[in-house]
Write a protein that binds this ligand. Structure first.
Ligand code: ASP
Length: 429
């Protein structure tokens, strides 16, 4: 029998996980069984993905940069990448603002619901608030300082320091370009082979993905809040989801017009990464798979993918920025505030910066939302309002974050003539 393509296997794993979780919440002790016996496998799965992220960035970026042969190519690619990332983020925030101002989901929140939600989630929200406060206290150039590690080994030991590792890899790669080719050869060959090994490990990890997402979703179901909350915040969730869908529609349109790739082909190629983004809520954990899919199935040259994607995972979060715009205005509406045009334009700026600053891990977008709220003068207590349904929405915005990175990598590759024509290699599906 022909083996089912990977995205179908992952999808089946997800559905079974949800069903399994739902069944187990029905009887006493079921939650514990999931926590004790199923949850650990989800954690192990995410750990294997994270485990591979740092070596992957280091190896592939060094190799990618050193393949460029001269520095001007690097700055051309860098300029294009950052420019397009910024544009897509601003577009995303604008779509978010448009949606939330049109649908006005905050108007339908009753005062009593608002008070209830704030009362029940105040302490959880306070935790996020504290983390955000620390970020806010830093000086204006702190982000720049944070970019340059003082010790590369230390930087690689923390998964949160992705930008520092990217900085080192770029720096090292530039050094490799500048030395004589015969000296550079063994180092390049080493990283070449190193990369191959890492890609093979990703293949192996992906074989376990259907089981991993099964465990993740079953756990999520038993740990999720009651359905009533979803109903209360339903309009907000729907507004956001429509915005996110629109964004994915736009990516596929850009790809169709500029790269000449059919939407179905793109979605088929990238879907395992999307499903993983959904199950893990982390673009960083999904990065290895995004890279593998884009290179092996969508034809982006390794040189481009290894540069554009790790940077995108950390700074390009279109789903997150769209969410921040929707959430900020929703909270304002729920509190009966009317935001001026000036304030809304301010949100475009702060949501863009806040999404760049958000780490590629679950819940990070919500932490940075505090900054957007603060700038716009919206009560930060409103965070408690949306807390209950943040996780499922985080899953959805992470899908958009990852899809955005993949799309931009294709656009950059096309503009540099680095997109292979016939790509859908018969591999894992
Ligand atoms: N979970 C998102 C990501 O990793 C970030 C966020 O919380 O919006 O891409």
């Amino acid at each position: 029998m022909k083996k089912l393509p990977l995205h179908w296997r992952i999808m089946i794993g997800m559905v079974l996980g949800v069903v399994f979780g739902a069944v187990f919440t029905q009887f006493e002790g079921g939650d514990e069984i999931i926590s004790d016996w199923i949850k650990p496998f989800g954690i192990i799965f995410i750990n294997t993905l994270k485990l591979i992220a740092m070596p992957l960035i280091l190896g592939s970026l060094i190799k990618g940069v050193s393949d460029l042969k001269d520095i001007s190519k690097l700055s051309l690619m860098g300029g294009k990448t950052i420019g397009i990332y910024l544009l897509t983020t601003i577009l995303a925030v604008s779509i978010g603002l448009f949606m939330v101002n049109t649908i006005r989901p905050g108007d339908s929140i009753a005062d009593s619901t608002r008070m209830d939600l704030i009362a029940s989630y105040e302490s959880d929200a306070a935790e996020k608030y504290e983390v955000a406060q620390k970020q806010k206290e830093a000086g204006p150039l702190q982000a720049l300082i944070d970019l340059v590690p003082d010790n590369i080994f230390k930087a690689t030991t923390e998964n949160g320091n992705m930008l520092q590792v990217i900085f080192f890899a770029l720096f090292f790669g530039i050094g490799l370009i500048l030395i004589t080719p015969d000296k550079a050869k063994p180092v390049k060959e080493f990283f070449d082979a190193f990369n191959e090994v890492i890609l093979k490990l990703i293949d192996l990890i992906m074989l376990t993905a259907p089981y991993g997402v099964f465990a993740l979703l079953a756990t999520l179901i038993v740990e999720s809040p009651s359905f009533d909350l979803f109903k209360a915040l339903g309009m907000y969730a729907i507004t956001l989801l429509i915005g996110l869908l629109l964004m994915i529609g736009l990516y596929t349109m850009f790809l169709r017009l500029y790269v000449k790739m059919e939407p179905t082909k793109f979605i088929k190629g990238i879907s395992p990464a999307q499903l993983l983004a959904f199950s893990t809520s982390s673009s960083a954990a999904t990065l290895p798979v995004t890279m593998e899919r884009v290179e092996e199935h969508l034809g982006v040259d390794e040189e481009v993918a290894s540069f554009v994607l790790p940077i995108g995972a950390t700074i390009n979060m279109d789903g997150t920025s769209l969410y921040q715009a929707v959430a900020a205005v929703f909270i304002a509406q729920a509190f009966g505030m009317d935001l001026s045009l000036g304030t809304q334009l301010g949100i475009i700026l702060t949501a863009t910066l806040a999404s760049i600053g958000a780490a590629a891990v679950p819940g990070a977008g919500m932490v940075m939302l505090v900054i957007v709220l603060g700038q716009a003068g919206i009560p930060e207590a409103g965070l408690a309002l949306i807390f209950a349904i943040d996780r499922p929405l985080d899953m959805c915005r992470t899908v958009v974050n990852v899809t955005g990175d993949a799309s931009v990598s294709m656009i950059v590759a096309k503009s540099l003539g680095k997109l292979k024509k016939d790509t859908l290699r018969k591999k894992m599906g």
